[in-house]
Ligand binder design. Structure first.
Ligand SMILES: NC(=O)c1ccc[n+]([C@@H]2O[C@H](COP(=O)([O-])OP(=O)(O)OC[C@H]3O[C@@H](n4cnc5c(N)ncnc54)[C@H](O)[C@@H]3O)[C@@H](O)[C@H]2O)c1
Length: 427
């Protein structure tokens, strides 16, 4: 069972607000509790960095209890130890964020929802979500439906949620955003936080920005902004949950396209020649510098076309989506960072280098050591929406990424197909 964190005496000089500014709750003893309790559901690369950011703030701000619970999908490490035990002993997620201290007030908890289990062993009933009124969801999107089902009836009715998850579910009735999935299953409001956020860079406190998307309550958005903001992590609220969330979701598909272009550029890919693929002799014929120059221009074109398709797709799905959202960190900035450095781009590059002969599943297992790739499954989900609604021709880049991922088209098709001008204009 996860140990309890011993609260340190409050340093009033570092407190920047009074508890009465914060939304309050009534605890089990009927007493008003002005302090919010935060639980992070998920503990991968970004989940661990999110816990670190939050934990540094809960220690400073009066409106939060110091302790941050982090639900960990339990694993046994090669050493034979449980991951949660190691995190609680050395304050580091050695598997998903090695070398970074999370903060002593982060408590890893393997028990998501079964508080009663602990009573059986004569210990106080607790679990990761039981007491939390601020729930931060940050797992790979494919696990969320199962997690939500486990949490039905287990979270506080007054809890507020935020999703940091990039991805969506596609159901018979259409696409379902993860924030909607959380709201519908748990009956609570759910905001989102997305942005140009490669976790490993934020872990070492390099400056970056993020966007909180909220539905209607500005004070809730401000509470989330306070919880996440640090001098090196600048968070801006925007009243557009779907726009922010779709940005975070769709940019992974664009990054897959960019990964394929990245490798083509090294080998001197020429978009006008359909027979030219990853061919060393062709590259020698063209010349290295020409090939690289073409690569940068081509990559920029992929980002532009990708962003255009992101805007069009988002607005077709939700007419409320705002143009201005795409100019926030969650929009254009996330497209750029993910196309330059993210894991989707990296694995897509390896996929193209192997001429599409090694599957994404194989490369994910080999290159990411337990971390999950989102772009390929999102590309499939987007493709399902496009084909179901008869929109395939309107989104040549999105459609082509999926066709390449499943082996129906060669990696080189990304540029040939993206050359077609989308027939839809949203401007
Ligand atoms: N890593 C980043 O740089 C980054 C940045 C922004 C957003 N995100 C988003 O954050 C979300 C979480 O990504 P991450 O980087 O924290 O995770 P990750 O890919 O690093 O790790 C995978 C996580 O999934 C867990 N897991 C494995 N099997 C599971 C199961 N059956 N049920 C539940 N959990 C299971 C693992 O324990 C691990 O915590 C994703 O939606 C991702 O797109 C990631």
């Amino acid at each position: 069972m996860a140990p309890a964190f011993e609260q340190v005496p409050e340093d009033t000089e570092t407190q920047t607000e009074t508890p009465h500014n914060a939304p309050h709750t009534v605890n089990n003893d009927g007493q008003v509790d002005y302090k919010s309790r935060v639980t992070v559901v998920g503990s991968g690369n970004w989940g661990s960095v999110a816990a670190k950011l939050i934990a540094s703030n809960t220690l400073k701000l009066n409106s939060f209890h110091d302790e941050v619970r982090m639900w960990v999908f339990e694993e046994t490490l090669q050493s034979g130890e449980k991951l949660t035990e190691v995190i609680n002993r050395i304050n580091e997620n050695v598997k998903y964020l090695p070398g970074i201290k999370l903060g002593k007030n982060v408590i890893a908890d393997p028990d998501l929802e079964n508080a009663d289990v602990h009573f059986v062993y004569g210990e106080t009933g607790n679990c990761a979500v039981k007491d939390a009124n601020m729930l931060v969801f940050v797992t790979p999107h494919q696990f969320m439906e199962g997690i939500c089902k486990r949490l039905v009836g287990k979270v506080r009715e007054d809890a507020e949620a935020i999703s940091l998850i990039k991805g969506m579910e596609v159901k018979m009735e259409g696409p379902c955003m993860i924030s909607t999935l959380i709201s519908e299953h748990l009956g609570i409001n759910c905001s989102v936080l997305m942005g140009a956020n490669i976790a490993n860079e934020i872990a070492v406190e390099k400056f970056s920005e993020a966007t909180v998307g909220y539905r209607d309550k500005r004070e809730i958005a401000e509470q989330w902004v306070r919880l996440f903001s640090t001098p090196y992590f600048l968070v801006t609220p925007v009243q557009d949950v779907e726009g922010v969330e779709l940005c975070g979701t769709l940019k992974n598909v664009v990054a897959i396209a960019a990964g394929k272009v990245a490798v083509m550029s090294k080998f001197g890919f020429h978009p006008c020649n359909s027979a030219c693929e990853l061919n060393q002799s062709y590259y020698q014929m063209l010349g290295f510098v020409d090939g690289l120059d073409m690569g940068n221009n081509t990559k920029a074109a992929i980002m532009r076309i990708g962003l255009r398709e992101m805007i069009a797709f988002s607005k077709l799905l939700f007419s409320s989506v705002r143009d201005s959202t795409f100019f926030e960190s969650c929009g254009v900035a996330d497209v750029i960072t993910t196309c330059l450095g993210g894991r989707n781009r990296k694995v897509a590059e390896a996929f193209a280098k192997n001429g599409g002969k090694r599957s994404f599943d194989e490369l994910e297992a080999e290159m990411l050591q337990g971390q999950k790739l989102q772009g390929v499954s999102t590309a499939r989900e987007v493709y399902e929406v496009l084909s179901h609604r008869g929109w395939l021709e309107l989104f040549p880049l999105f459609a082509t990424v999926h066709e390449i991922c499943v082996g129906h088209l060669p990696p080189s098709a990304i540029v040939e197909h993206s050359e077609q001008k989308p027939k839809l204009s949203v401007f």
